[in-house]
Design a protein. Structure first.
Length: 383
C-alpha cells in the first residue's frame, strides 16, 4: 500500500472527496484577462499567446504540435539561457521518447543541456541548493537520462556527471530545495523528488550499477530518496500521480495494492467529457505554499473546472505506464478528448495555475498529450 501516516489520512480524505465531487461536472472555460502578445519569442521565433478561445482543429496534427514544442524550447533556451521545468526541461523529458517515430531530436538541444551542465557543475554546491537551481539540476539530469535511454541506448559520461551532481545537492530529508511558489512544477519538494527518481532510474544501467558499486555516500543518498518517497505522504492527488509514474521506473516505492489504489484515484478524477482537469487534483491551498489560492478560488469556473491538455495527457500516460491497456474504456475516452481538443496552433489549452499572462503550462499541456497518444498507438504520422 501507499505509505500514508494514519494522522494524515483523515485530513486528506475530506478535501479529496470534495474535489472528486467537483470534478464530475462539465464546464466551459471562463473568459480570461488579456494575455501577453506572445508566449515565446526569440530571433525569428514568435509563438502567439495561448488563449482559451483559440479554435479547435477537426483532427490531431502531430506536425503542428511538434513544431510548437521545438520552437518553444529553442526560444526559451535562446532568450532565458536556463533550463526550466515547464519548457525546455519538459521538452527533454518528452521528445527523446518519440525518437523511434519522429527521428532524433535536434543535437542543438543536447548541446545546450551540456553547456548548462558545465555551468552548473562549476558553481558551489551551496548555491545549487538555492532558488530554482535544484529544479534546474534535476531536470538537467532527467533530460540527459531520457536522451541516453531513447537516442543512444547507452549511459553517457555527461548523464553520470549530472546525476552525481543532482544527488550531491540533495537535502538531508531525501528531497531537494524548492521555492514552493509556481504550481505545478516548482510548488513542492515532493514533485522534485519524483522527477529525480525518474532520472536516476531512466539512465541506462545507472541505478543498478551505482547500488551495486562501492560509492557508499552516493548509495546512501539514493536510499534516502527511496525512503522519502516511500514514507512521505504525497501532498495532494497530483503528487500521487507523480508517485505512480516514478514507481513504474524506480523500484520499491509502492506495492501492487498501492499501484491499484493510485490507478483508482486517477479513474475517479476523470470527467464526464473524457478528460481530466489539473484543478481537481489539489485544493488551492495545497499547491506549494498556497500563494496561488486566492487566484484559483476567484476563477469563475472554480467549482467546475474544465478538462485540460496537461492533466489529460499526464493521466493517460501514467495509466499506460502503470500497465493499464490502451483499449481500456477510460483511456479510450481520454484519447477521444485529446482528438477533439487540439487547437489551431497545435497546442492543447491548459489555463495557468499561476497567472493569466503566459500560460506556460500549455507547453507541457501539449507535450503530454503527444506522449499519451504515442503510448496508445494513436499518434498520427507527421504530415
Amino acid at each position: 500500500m501507499i505509505a500514508v501516516a494514519p494522522s494524515h489520512r483523515a485530513a486528506m480524505l475530506a478535501p479529496i472527496a470534495r474535489l472528486l465531487l467537483l470534478s464530475a461536472c462539465a464546464a466551459v472555460p471562463a473568459p480570461l484577462p488579456a494575455a501577453e502578445s506572445h508566449q515565446y519569442a526569440f530571433e525569428s521565433i514568435a509563438v502567439p499567446a495561448a488563449t482559451a478561445d483559440e479554435p479547435r482543429r477537426a483532427s490531431v496534427s502531430t506536425s503542428l504540435a511538434i513544431d510548437h514544442l521545438e520552437q518553444g524550447s529553442v526560444a526559451w533556451s535562446g532568450q532565458r539561457r536556463c533550463i526550466s521545468c515547464h519548457t525546455n526541461g519538459t521538452y527533454m523529458l518528452a521528445r527523446p521518447a518519440l525518437s523511434a517515430v519522429l527521428g532524433t531530436p535536434p543535437e542543438s538541444t543536447l548541446g545546450f543541456f551540456k553547456e548548462q551542465l558545465a555551468s552548473l557543475a562549476s558553481e558551489p554546491h551551496e548555491n545549487l541548493r538555492k532558488s530554482t537551481k535544484p529544479a534546474q539540476v534535476i531536470y538537467l539530469a532527467a533530460g540527459l537520462a531520457e536522451w541516453d535511454r531513447h537516442v543512444t541506448g547507452t549511459l553517457s559520461a555527461d548523464t553520470d556527471k549530472a546525476l552525481r551532481l543532482m544527488f550531491a545537492i540533495q537535502a538531508d530529508s531525501g528531497t531537494w530545495g524548492t521555492l514552493d511558489c509556481w504550481p505545478p512544477y516548482e510548488s513542492d519538494a515532493y514533485h522534485e523528488a519524483t522527477v529525480a527518481a525518474i532520472a536516476a532510474a531512466t539512465a541506462p544501467g545507472w541505478l543498478a550499477a551505482t547500488e551495486a558499486g562501492s560509492d557508499d555516500d552516493l548509495k546512501s543518498r539514493i536510499a534516502r530518496l527511496r525512503s522519502y518517497l516511500h514514507d512521505t505522504p504525497p501532498p495532494h492527488d497530483y503528487g500521487r500521480v507523480l508517485l505512480l509514474q516514478a514507481s513504474t521506473r524506480f523500484p520499491v516505492l509502492i506495492d501492487a495494492a498501492g499501484t491499484a489504489e493510485l490507478v483508482a484515484i486517477l479513474r475517479r478524477h476523470q470527467r464526464e467529457d473524457g478528460g481530466w482537469s489539473i484543478r481537481s487534483f489539489a485544493a488551492p491551498e495545497a499547491w506549494g505554499g498556497g500563494n496561488r489560492a486566492a487566484k484559483l478560488r476567484s476563477e469563475p469556473d472554480f467549482d467546475s473546472p474544465a478538462s485540460d491538455g496537461h492533466m489529460t495527457g499526464l493521466a493517460i500516460l501514467a495509466l499506460r505506464e502503470a500497465g493499464v491497456p490502451a483499449d481500456d474504456a477510460g483511456i479510450a475516452r481520454g484519447i477521444a478528448w485529446l482528438g477533439a481538443n487540439q487547437r489551431a496552433s497545435g497546442r492543447w489549452w491548459t489555463r495557468s495555475l499561476n497567472t493569466d499572462s503566459w500560460h506556460f503550462i500549455t507547453y507541457s499541456g501539449t507535450a503530454l498529450p503527444i506522449l499519451a497518444l504515442h503510448a496508445c498507438g494513436a499518434l498520427p504520422a507527421m504530415e
